[in-house]
Design a protein around this ligand. Structure first.
Ligand SMILES: Cc1cc2nc3c(=O)[nH]c(=O)nc-3n(C[C@H](O)[C@H](O)[C@H](O)COP(=O)(O)OP(=O)(O)OC[C@H]3O[C@@H](n4cnc5c(N)ncnc54)[C@H](O)[C@@H]3O)c2cc1C
Length: 399
């Protein structure tokens, strides 16, 4: 197996590392203020990242999923919040462009918005009553059919970059549907009547993603702003899982790499009074670094392979299982690497403004970020044992 990156992938990675170095200079300030990193988004827009993975037939740059993974790992090293929130754009646009269930006309419209008009699109699927421990997420936000479109009412939650994006794609339940699994994706601009945001994202980590709550009150959406509708959204969700879920893994991988590098820098530079050598020479430090290097390399190889598999096979069960495996491994590795980095950084590293302190808090979200660690293992267990999810008992007693 050849793990060598192509020349094009190396150029992309280096370009992303340059951007990351710039983003890193403002990362602590955006973290402290929980502010939208607008200037970073603008830079990413200018550098063509809105259409990085959009196929060439739609006018995009046509990079594959592995290249996206390499790019977002590099971006995640600078300002993890910027990379995580900006990835929301690709994570909702790409499943639409790749789905057989979406009409060519709808694909043309979204490609036009992104490639020609340069629009940045957020996505909001989550609601207050949802848990990502369970795959099924009943939708309480309702779309009532009216002449020329729909009126949408309800409360969504965790909408990354909601006030910085040009539009948000919202998953809602069409009232005229007859099945519980129905859903519809509607695009809503910031100035839509009946749309407002509750800025309640004051969180432990990933603060600059500003994943605020979205309130829709009889908000009108014209028919042409509906990009997908189905009586059963599960196939769409499954075929798009690498984008909806797997594309975030790379950001946490980058974060873990940044914490690892920062730790090596700290222990190499810090020399305690009375000693001729820095902390790097301490045998416990060396051992910890060796262990973290194993975690990081394993996480990276599993992640790259899962992305490569997705490019080779598309959304096969094997590729989806590899996606869950990668997210699980990266989540655990990020938790461990950021925790050990904080510990070895010592009390000097726990002050606000310290890079290790911020990466520790951002990294604490790695296992929580959907798909969370337990949900990954749930799916992997079913896959490895050849069990059909529909035959598995519900984890708790249903109503
Ligand atoms: C950094 C970040 C960015 C995100 N960005 C987006 C985005 O852009 N778009 C999007 O759609 N989603 C986004 N999400 C949300 C994500 O997809 C999940 O849906 C969300 O995290 C909820 O799932 P959970 O398992 O964390 O739920 P939990 O918070 O664990 O909730 C589990 C269940 O317990 C209930 N509960 C009630 N009270 C409480 C309480 N006090 N504490 C905890 N649980 C309670 C909840 O209602 C829920 O039913 C983001 C999440 C993170 C961490």
């Amino acid at each position: 197996m050849d793990f060598e990156l192509t020349a094009e992938q190396k150029r992309l990675r280096d370009r992303c590392l340059e951007l990351a170095a710039d983003f890193a200079t403002r990362s602590a300030a955006h973290d402290r203020d929980a502010s939208h990193p607008i200037e970073n988004y603008d830079r990413l827009r200018k550098e063509g990242f809105l259409h990085l993975t959009i196929p060439r037939q739609w006018g995009g740059s046509g990079f594959n999923f592995l290249s996206h993974t390499i790019a977002y790992e590099a971006l995640g090293r600078g300002c993890p919040s910027t990379a995580l929130a900006f990835n929301m754009h690709a994570s909702v646009v790409m499943p639409i462009l790749e789905s057989d269930e979406v009409t060519i006309e709808a694909k043309r419209r979204i490609a036009d918005l992104v490639v020609r008009q340069g629009k940045m699109i957020g996505g909001n699927f989550s609601e207050t009553g949802h848990t990502s421990l369970i795959g099924e997420r009943p939708l309480s936000v309702r779309a009532r059919p009216v002449t020329g479109g729909y009126r949408i009412t309800g409360r969504k939650m965790f909408a990354s970059m909601i006030q910085a994006a040009d539009y948000v794609l919202v998953l809602v339940y069409p009232e005229s549907a007859t099945t519980q699994t129905a859903g519809m994706l509607a695009m809503i601009p910031p100035d839509a009547e009946g749309r407002r945001v509750i800025a309640n994202w004051d969180t432990l980590g990933m603060r600059a993603t500003r994943s605020d709550s979205l309130i829709l009150e009889d908000c009108f959406v014209p028919d042409e702003s509906v990009f997908y509708r189905s009586d059963d959204i599960r196939p769409f969700r499954n075929t798009g899982a690498s984008w909806f879920w797997g594309s975030y893994t790379a950001v946490y991988l980058g974060l873990a790499g940044a914490a690892y590098d920062e730790l090596r820098k700290v222990v190499t530079e810090r020399r305690p009074e009375g000693y001729a050598q820095p902390l790097a020479w301490h045998p416990d430090v060396r051992r910890h670094i060796a262990e973290l290097s194993v975690d990081l390399d394993a996480a990276r190889l599993i992640t790259y392979r899962s992305a490569w598999l997705r490019d080779q096979q598309g959304p096969t069960p094997e590729a989806t299982a590899a996606m869950f495996r990668a997210k699980y491994v990266v989540g655990v590795a990020t938790s461990r690497i950021t925790r050990v980095a904080l510990t070895l950084g010592g009390a000097h590293g726990i002050f606000k403004g310290s890079r290790l302190e911020q990466l520790f808090r951002d990294g604490a979200l790695a296992e929580i970020q959907p798909p969370p660690a337990d949900f990954c293992l749930w799916n992997l267990g079913l896959h490895e044992l050849g069990l059909d999810a529909v035959d598995a008992l519900p984890p708790m007693r249903p109503l």
